[in-house]
Design a protein around this ligand. Structure first.
Ligand SMILES: C[S@@+](CC[C@H](N)C(=O)[O-])C[C@H]1O[C@@H](n2cnc3c(N)ncnc32)[C@H](O)[C@@H]1O
Length: 432
């Protein structure tokens, strides 16, 4: 397909998503099924355009002076590095191409002045109602923070030290220009894609199939590292899902901890069995939602709550979630977080620890939940997560937002500060 056809296809997918209120992945998949002649290069180019529009929908519309899907896609293509001249030449004589916006529109779009008069939420590319919560969560820099949450993400992996050294995995991934990540000692990174390319499907690589590495954002790796899984301890991963953090906890303990993995959702938990086997993780007992865990109450050295959340730290990867999020959904997640913390805390033994993690940057889901929990649990105190960071990642820069809460501190990672997805980390300790 020529560029014009790809642009027309991206417009079609966006119209379909909007008209039928469907997830972007479904709309892209259906387009692919209905257009089997399109090659993999076409599909990735079209996918990039659609995702770029979703990431920056409001600022693109403001700069283009139009919310029409074609205007947004042209804006995304220009932002991805096409010059107006190259774009005009590429569309010349292409009968599938939508009409190119006028020179005036393009000049206005490219001018650095155009966004200066935009409302804050437009410049930040978020729904209006989120401007207040994001400002309260991320401070004066919040617009730059939100803009970075609208960038294309890198592909991060975690070397599985149970089976390999990071350098061995790096050598294995050499054809993909992977680099060590700057913060996590386990991390490997393939930089964000440029232009029309796409990330390699590393899951078909021998190293992935044999468990030498996992796909895991560096922020998620750091959250697992900060949880400080020690050899010889009992650990409960209470919201284990598909086991991303369970596997990291097993690796951190050198396969020498007793790890219990639980999740309320059987479907989400299902992939954990294969992943444990592939990673060579030992000492992990998976509990189905139907299991009675009462015998484990008060016995854990560490309970990790990787809580259900809005995912407001992962908008680079799931930009459609940003536009679907509503105030009532945020309230619902907060209630779930309180309930999960309440239940999970019962498993912490006297003197044991409770790590609270989300992949959100919103204070309501993070520090505010910790404050609410502490208010009704005087038997717990908040630890200093900055000190845990310094101890766990010696020599690493303080690449986070820290907030003092009571006598301790909590941390938020963001793409702007940490180069990771947005993650929150707090550690609480039960009185001995
Ligand atoms: C952020 S995801 C976990 C991701 C996982 N830890 C990982 O690293 O791959 C949150 C999980 O919490 C689970 N969950 C939601 N409510 C729960 C509850 N009341 N008890 C236990 N798990 C719950 C969800 O099913 C979901 O799998």
């Amino acid at each position: 397909m020529r560029l014009g056809g790809r642009i027309a296809a991206a417009v079609e997918v966006i119209e379909d998503m909007t008209a039928r209120r469907r997830p972007v992945a479904d709309a892209l998949k259906d387009w692919g099924l209905a257009h089997r002649f399109a090659g993999s290069g076409d599909r990735s180019a079209i996918g990039n355009m659609v995702y770029d529009v979703l990431r920056r929908r409001r600022s693109l519309a403001h700069r283009m002076g139009s919310e029409a899907p074609a205007a947004l896609v042209f804006g995304a293509v220009l932002d991805a590095g096409q010059t107006p001249e190259a774009l005009r030449a590429a569309l010349e004589g292409d009968r599938f191409a939508p009409p190119l916006p006028s020179d005036d529109v393009i000049q206005r779009f490219l001018s650095s002045e155009t966004l200066k008069d935009a409302p804050e939420a437009v410049a930040a590319d978020v729904p209006d109602w989120l401007a207040g919560p994001l400002k309260a969560s991320l401070g004066d820099d919040w617009i730059a923070e939100a803009q970075t949450l609208s960038d294309r993400p890198p592909l991060d992996m975690r070397a599985n030290l149970l089976k390999a050294e990071r350098n061995d995995v790096l050598a294995d991934l050499k054809p993909f220009a992977a680099e060590p990540t700057p913060l996590s000692p386990w991390g490997l990174r393939i930089p964000p894609i440029e232009g029309e390319g796409r990330h390699p499907n590393v899951q078909v690589e021998r190293g992935f199939q044999t468990g030498l590495f996992e796909i895991q954002d560096e922020g998620s790796q750091i959250a697992a590292l900060l949880a400080s899984a020690q050899a010889g301890t009992r650990i409960l991963d209470y919201c284990a899902g598909a086991g991303g953090k369970t596997l990291a906890l097993a690796a951190a303990s050198g396969n020498a901890a007793e790890i219990h993995a639980f999740d309320a959702d059987r479907q989400r938990l299902a992939p954990i069995w294969d992943r444990i086997a592939r990673a060579g993780a030992e000492g992990v007992e998976v509990h189905s939602p139907r299991d009675d865990l009462a015998s484990l109450h008060g016995t854990m050295d560490l309970v990790l709550v990787d809580a259900p959340c809005t995912g407001a730290g992962t908008w680079r990867r799931r930009p459609d979630a940003k536009w679907r999020l509503s105030e009532s959904q945020l309230q619902k997640r907060m209630a779930e977080q309180d309930a999960v913390l309440e239940k999970a805390s019962a498993f912490v033994k006297p003197g044991g620890r409770l790590a609270y993690v989300t992949c959100s940057v919103l204070r309501e889901e993070n520090a505010a939940r910790v404050e609410a929990f502490l208010a009704s649990h005087p038997e717990f105190r908040l630890c200093d997560a900055e000190a845990i960071w310094a101890e766990t990642l010696p020599g690493a820069p303080q690449a986070y937002h820290a907030e003092r809460v009571r006598d301790g501190a909590v941390l938020t990672l963001t793409p702007l500060r940490s180069g990771t997805d947005g993650f929150f980390f707090a550690m609480l300790e039960r009185a001995a």
